[in-house]
Design a protein around this ligand. Structure first.
Ligand code: SAM
Length: 178
């Protein structure tokens, strides 16, 4: 399964940290890239690129000024759109259907999400029926979509060429440089 994440409606300065964490969570939990819309933010792009360079693997970050058109284009290219929203259907009822898809675009909002997104989405999925955070929703959804393999020890092999990597340790830290 190839996963991309689209973060809608990035606002400066309000969403600086949240969108950065959307990107870092996407990368750490199996997405091959993140796309963000709203306000362009060079500092966000630089910090995500720096993390990806230091910790290895391939991860893209891209600004998209026209997110609705981008979603429409990606759907035409065979991507299934999973919109995370507290108004959606419970994730446990939809995760099996999502896992069967080859290319999945996961969409999270920031400000009020346009109605077109709900219409365009193949899945509108709730991670619990309460308002919480795009970071938590994304993490749980990515985990369920991949059956938890992104948390296993061997998953780190996806981050090849890392300048920094970690060895699991019962106590303390085991950091490998280079
Ligand atoms: N309106 C506030 C704002 O402007 O910051 C909060 C936005 S809400 C926390 C941001 C995103 O979190 C939503 O668009 C949705 O993608 C995600 N989200 C929050 N609660 C969720 C839930 N229970 N299930 C799925 N996604 C959720």
């Amino acid at each position: 399964m190839q996963i991309m994440v689209l973060r809608l409606g990035h606002r400066l300065p309000r969403d600086e940290r949240m969108t950065t964490h959307v990107c870092l969570t996407s990368r750490a939990f199996g997405a091959s890239g993140a796309i963000y819309s709203g306000q362009k933010d060079g500092s966000l792009e630089r910090s995500v690129k720096r993390i990806a360079e230091n910790w290895g693997g391939e991860f893209s970050i891209e600004y998209e000024p026209k997110p609705i058109a981008r979603i429409e284009r990606m759907k035409k290219d065979g991507w299934s759109v999973v919109h995370l929203t507290m108004y959606g259907m419970p994730l446990p009822e939809k995760e099996a259907g999502i896992r069967g898809r080859g290319k999945v675009l996961v969409v999270v909002g920031a400000e009020k999400v346009p109605a077109e997104v709900y219409q365009l989405a193949d899945f509108n999925v709730a991670v619990g029926g309460q308002p919480h955070s795009e970071i938590a929703a994304l993490a749980v959804a990515l985990d369920r979509m991949q059956g938890g393999k992104e948390l296993e020890r061997g998953f780190n092999s996806n981050f090849g060429g890392a300048a920094i990597s970690l060895e699991p340790a019962e106590k303390g830290k085991k950091i490998r440089k280079g």
